[in-house]
Design a protein around this ligand. Structure first.
Ligand code: HPA
Length: 277
């Protein structure tokens, strides 16, 4: 990160602190079509990104662009509604600024959701995948450049990027609800184009179960900042690149995501009831 990043973070925090003294337990970032969990929050206040000095403002479809501060099942939560993507032209630092901001506001756990295409032919559209690990094929690493030791280590450990205890608790919550989900590896590409069929077959061979255009920069930063990460993908389209591969459309992605999103909400609410978050 550039040296100026720390100043940018301080400036953003001052803007927020001028409006609220909220201290968070949890941070949440929701992907395309996944705002349902935010609707469950007992809202205390909201701050649009446009009112936070130095913050990017999202252009992605169905992304709002605000922090929501409130309580979810008694836990203090900051939700980032609307995230920033490389495909919009944002750079790594823009994408991870909200992560360090939420960490500085107290959050120790980072919950991430996204929409993703299934590379694994056993998966069905509308499934939910618990993200057990990721592969960064975006060609961008937000931490590149001078390291601010106040924020985290120069070489952050990523061997347990998605917290194993949170993953276990998620699977327990899922079975207590009588639901079935997948667990797998999220492969991230830059976008904005959906992958070619050959790329999809390559990503599958490389170990990916689902593919998307987000998440990995934020999760890297969350690990750098010392947060425990829990992640879910809503499987919105089939992306195996096989002979039966259908063309991809945003409409299909949104329609299917809405269905998986309900399952993700249930699991997270159950984890909160279980005291796992
Ligand atoms: N590829 C990349 N990103 C995505 C996809 C996909 O198939 N589906 C939803 N986001």
């Amino acid at each position: 990160m550039r040296k100026e990043f720390s100043n940018r973070l301080e400036t953003a925090l001052s803007s927020i602190r001028a409006q609220t003294d909220f201290v968070a337990d949890l941070a949440l970032v929701t992907g395309t079509g996944l705002d349902g969990l935010i609707a469950e929050i007992e809202v205390e206040s909201k701050i649009p990104f446009g009112e936070i000095a130095g913050f990017p403002v999202s252009t992605a479809p169905s992304h709002k662009g605000e922090f929501v501060f409130g309580t979810l099942k008694g836990r203090k939560i900051i939700a980032q509604s609307g995230r920033f993507h490389l495909y919009e032209g944002w750079v790594g630092e823009d994408i991870v600024l909200p992560v360090y901001t939420m960490r500085a506001l107290g959050a120790e756990k980072y919950i991430v959701t996204n929409a993703a295409g299934s590379l694994n032919a056993d998966y069905n559209v509308r499934d939910v995948m618990l993200i057990e690990d990721h592969i960064n094929f975006q060609g961008v690493h937000a931490l590149a450049g001078p390291n601010d030791d106040q924020l985290g280590l120069r070489f952050p450990d990523m061997s347990r990027a998605y917290d194993p205890d949170l993953c276990k608790a998620a699977m327990e919550a899922t079975s207590s609800l009588g639901l079935n989900i997948r667990n797998g590896i999220y492969a991230a590409i830059h976008g904005p184009e959906f992958e070619t069929s050959a790329e999809r077959r390559f990503l599958r061979m490389a170990g990916g179960d689902a593919v998307g255009m987000s998440t990995v920069q934020e999760v890297t930063a969350a690990n750098h900042a010392g947060m425990k990460v829990l992640g879910f993908s809503a499987i919105s389209n089939s992306a195996t690149g096989g002979p039966d591969q259908q063309p991809d459309t945003l409409e299909e992605v949104l329609e299917n995501t809405a269905i998986s999103a309900n399952i993700i909400v249930k699991i997270i609410m159950q984890m909160l009831d279980d005291g796992a978050l």
